[in-house]
Design a protein around this ligand. Structure first.
Ligand code: AMP
Length: 539
């Protein structure tokens, strides 16, 4: 017979992360470059005070446990308030990507049945369209002060955030509830079919915060700047993990371009920042223009898409900023694997180190990973066998919001839709999305590795590889690139790639374009590329 443990059964809830910071790291700062262009400074203690006022306001507006509250907002201190106040009263904070087209925004808010919408003033147009198009929406609140609130009749009785919370008291009687209660909602990007809702529980977010802190996605002692937006997978868990560690936060608001990112990081002595590769390209360009890094920056975490060899060399070799690769997805909260160098790679030759850094990383404690073939059989962890990456763990999705059928395999794993390898050291490497993989004569060619290698060519600024039909091999790679300076020829590119990749991987065709189609979460839209180049047939 099992013997029950005798420790307290305290629920893992999101609000105590902030309460902890307010109590033990009261003065730690939260700096925001606001959407109006001014810098705002606050602390964890003040944040907790605002969060209590906001909780009163939410209740006064009729928000009940389980209700959904939407945000259309960038990374700011007010957005952080919402993360904690909404979850704290047992409601669900639905972070919406404002860059989505209007019909998708309407779909998302209607599907979630959001009752309130909090919006940054730079998204007034989107918010106004939603007021008219979402039947469940009762009130909209501008995330600003009275001086900057939009003045037009489209919002009906518009509320202004600062005024709304100013009239409330502090000392909110926080409820305590089951840790499996939903706290946050984020929809997948919907590149295949309709977006699907992922409901994060309090328990999953708290456990994920520990994983973020324990594995160096963010660390105690860092000044953290999540450049990844708070509307995209909980800004990779930084807004929850930072108060857990008492770490200062810097929010860039509208700053996604190299010059503003650099300036803010430099001024606020940011030590560690997280974001997708397209963002970091801008920062690298700015560092090159100035001939230095932001003064305190020691580490960037790159995820959301694969980091390239060229980017690792730029950050590390030119500026001494460590690059840390990570992988995850909306359905995994997102942290799944992260690449911190094992001792044995620290002393390896540079080329070997870089090869290892290009891998997405090692599974963190809490996330089980396996690769499976088409029939669901586990494949060896030999660094060579490619298969479907499947995961399970306490912060991995079990089912999508309002969907009956289970997305899991019969034995309870979530198939990520990514294809990759696992090596004997435990490192996972993504070679493709299942739908993007190029099947040439029955063998798989990795578009991700081809893209990375092509980015090493001096005349290639951006690269994407898609499969196009081939008479004999069924599919062959087409390289689409944005040239840097004079467009390269296929012969030049292939002579370069031939020293790095198997001969049969080399692209059969090259197209140079002015820009790659980028989706709302910063990833290349391969569906658009396939559409654009569907006339290409190779033989
Ligand atoms: P999303 O749910 O929008 O965050 O997208 C998740 C997908 O982004 C994953 O399934 C991967 O295909 C891709 N992804 C995330 N991180 C990486 C990475 N480090 N390298 C390659 N692909 C990545």
């Amino acid at each position: 017979m099992l013997l029950a443990g005798q420790m307290m059964d305290r629920p893992l809830l999101v609000l105590p992360l902030l309460q902890h910071a307010a109590r033990h790291h009261a003065d730690s700062t939260i700096v925001t470059l606001g959407v109006e262009g001014t810098v705002h400074r606050t602390t964890y203690a003040e944040t907790y005070e605002r969060v209590q006022r906001l909780a009163h306001a939410l209740v006064r507006l009729g928000i009940k446990p389980g209700d959904r509250v939407a945000t259309l907002a960038l990374n700011t201190f007010r957005h952080l308030d919402l993360y904690f106040a909404v979850a704290g009263i047992g409601a669900v904070c639905h972070t919406v990507n404002p860059r989505l087209p209007p019909d998708q925004l309407r779909y998302l808010l209607s599907h979630a049945e959001d009752r309130l919408l909090f919006f940054d003033t730079c998204f007034a147009e989107q918010a106004a369209a939603l007021v008219a198009g979402v039947p469940t929406l009762e009130r909209v609140i501008a995330l600003t002060d009275t001086a900057h609130a939009p003045e037009d009749g489209r919002f009906g009785d518009l509320l202004v955030y600062d005024t709304l919370i100013a009239r409330e008291g502090v000392a909110f009687p926080w409820p305590e509830f089951d840790e499996n209660t939903a706290a946050g909602l984020c929809y997948t990007s919907g590149t295949t079919g309709l977006p699907k809702g992922v409901l994060y529980s309090h328990r999953s977010l708290v456990l994920h915060s520990f994983a973020v802190a324990a594995n160096g996605l963010a660390s105690a002692g860092d000044v953290l700047m999540p450049v990844v937006p708070m509307f995209h997978v909980n800004a990779w868990g930084i807004p929850h993990a930072a108060p857990l560690m008492g770490a200062p936060l810097v929010f860039g608001g509208p700053a996604f371009d190299g010059p503003r990112l650099f300036h803010l990081m430099d001024e606020e002595a940011v030590t560690c920042a997280q974001g997708v590769p397209t963002l970091w390209q801008g920062l690298v360009a700015e560092m090159r223009a100035r001939g230095r890094r932001p003064k305190a920056l020691t580490r960037v975490v790159v995820g959301g898409a694969a980091v390239s060899d060229a980017m690792i060399r730029a950050f590390e070799d030119e500026f001494g900023v460590e690059v840390c690769h990570a992988w995850g997805m909306t359905e995994t909260t997102p942290l799944g694997v992260i690449n911190r160098p094992k001792e044995k790679f620290k002393t390896a030759p540079r080329e070997r180190q870089i090869r290892q850094k290009l891998k997405q990383g090692i599974g963190v404690y809490g996330v089980d990973i396996r690769i499976a073939d088409g029939e669901g059989r586990s494949l060896p962890r030999d660094g060579a066998s490619q298969g479907h990456i499947q995961v399970r763990g306490p912060w991995i999705i079990r089912s999508y919001f309002k969907e009956d059928h289970s997305p899991l395999t019969a034995d309870g794993w979530f198939d990520t839709g990514d294809i990759g390898t696992l090596d004997p050291d435990g490192y996972m490497e993504i070679t493709d999305r299942a739908k993007d993989v190029i099947k040439s004569g029955g063998e798989w060619i990795s578009s991700s590795m081809l893209e990375n290698a092509a980015l090493g060519h001096p005349q290639v600024a951006q690269a994407a590889v898609i499969g196009v039909p081939h008479e004999r091999w069924l599919e062959r790679p087409l390289l689409v690139c944005v040239p840097r300076g004079a467009p390269p020829t296929l012969g030049e590119i292939n002579a370069f790639l031939a020293t790095r990749l198997p001969k049969w991987w080399l692209p059969d065709a090259l197209e140079c374009v002015d820009a790659l189609p980028i989706g709302p979460t910063g990833k290349v839209l391969k569906t658009k590329l396939r559409e654009r180049f569907k006339h290409i047939r190779l033989e």
